[in-house]
Design a protein around this ligand. Sequence first.
Ligand code: IMP
Length: 175
Amino acid sequence: MHVKDKDFRISIPEAQIREQVKRVAMEINRDYAGQEPVFLAVLNGAFIFAADLLREITLPCEISFVKMASYDGEHSTGKVRDLIGLDSNITDRPVIIIEDIVDTGLTMAHMLDTLRKQKPKSIDICTLLLKPDKLCVDIDVRYRCLEIPNDFIVGYGLDYNQQGRNTRDIYTLQS
Ligand code: IMP
């Protein structure tokens, strides 16, 4: 597959993704039995995963869509990252973050810090993909569909320069 200037080859077919999404949804259904979790899906990359996962969840639940906005702060040298779009009250409630991919883990670490200020009952991370060799912060990724090597991937919601999100399978950059 060609996306912009790069070539990608299929690496995780749709059937395998579907199987793993169902497995993780069953784990959540079991672990959260008797609770009413609030799912927070991280845009843009997790939109397809969130839609598929939620249809396998049999618990009473809510979903809200959030985004980590990244911009250069006026008076700081580093990047400022803000959580935007959180329109649910999460205080004293169980929260499950739905993420597309955990790479270094910095995005999730920052999001956890921000959400904990609102004192949720609990927070778990549910990611479609994890690159275990890249993880450089100490976070607990409780639910993960697939672990992958340190390659760049696109498809099933994930992008290369905003394109390539609209495929059923996942593709890896050709070296
Ligand atoms: P982290 O903060 O390093 O864990 O990066 C997480 C974010 O980087 C994800 O939410 C994705 O948006 C993006 N990302 C990391 N690896 C890939 C990849 O292989 N393909 C597409 N996006 C990626």
